[in-house]
Design a protein around this ligand. Sequence first.
Ligand code: A3P
Length: 301
Amino acid sequence: MASKRELIDRSGESMIVNCYKGCYFYRGGFPIPFEEHMKRVENMKLRSDDVLLCSYPKSGTHWLWEVISMIINEDLEYRERVRGMDLLDFSPMSLLESIKSPRVLACHFRFQFLPKEVLTKKPKLIYILRDPKAVAVSFYSMEYGMKTVRSYDGHVPVKEYNGKWEDYLELFLNGDVEYGSWFKHTLGWKKAIEDNPDLAVFMLKYEDMKRDPVLSIQKLSEYLGKPVNAERSQAIADACSFTNMKKVNSGTKADGIGWKEGGNMFRKGQTNNWKEWFTVAQNERFEDILKSNMNRSDVST
Ligand code: A3P
């Protein structure tokens, strides 16, 4: 049963998220019941040349979406600033259907919420993974900073979250945030990849992209059937560097959020920035929970 859920931190600050089949989703409101939106996604028509980029939020989705778009279109055009990223999470079907092939679609869904035709049309499927400590910090910065988000008809206001980092971290560790538990999302995807070898999902890590973008882009381009040489890979890596993407996209459609003062989708773009946020005790607690969660097998909701 779809509904809204208020997720309240230990100091009483809260966020309101959409809830469907026991999982938490996007914070934005919809002009139709959220359940109806999810059913439309489930039943949407895919094309065999679609590329579907999946991630837990804050894992580098915007970055990779632009890289993939440049690879498959064989150019160095920035697309996000013009149209915004095509997320299934909040885009109306009319918009998704109007996109010319090859489409690069994205979503933050767990595997079971993807369009059913994924199993028959077998689009290229890519999953990007990021260090959950970096995700937690990046997510807090976004959740704290957002005032409006994209929905069917432009932007809609969200209930502002004014919580403290240490309180948000507890919500994150409990999975009481948009898109639920990072642990369950990640484990669910790993299991889905193992259970569906014929889908040949390409998994890559944010940290590997940062360390060696040229190599990562080359591997990705091979998976996409559009292999690029080192020179072209370097050109894409440069065009999509953090500095360039921040410059090109800030304040445009790519930034699908209306921010409080100082907020930005392109915040730091680093692998170690989380160290400036975590106390020693928070880090130890995170490590303990990470270890115990990554061994669990009950990842269904
Ligand atoms: P930080 O908040 O740590 O800076 P998503 O696109 O999934 O929402 O992820 C957002 C995160 O990716 C943000 O992390 C953002 O700065 C980072 N990011 C965006 N573009 C990037 C790029 N070109 N290179 C590296 N990181 C990038």
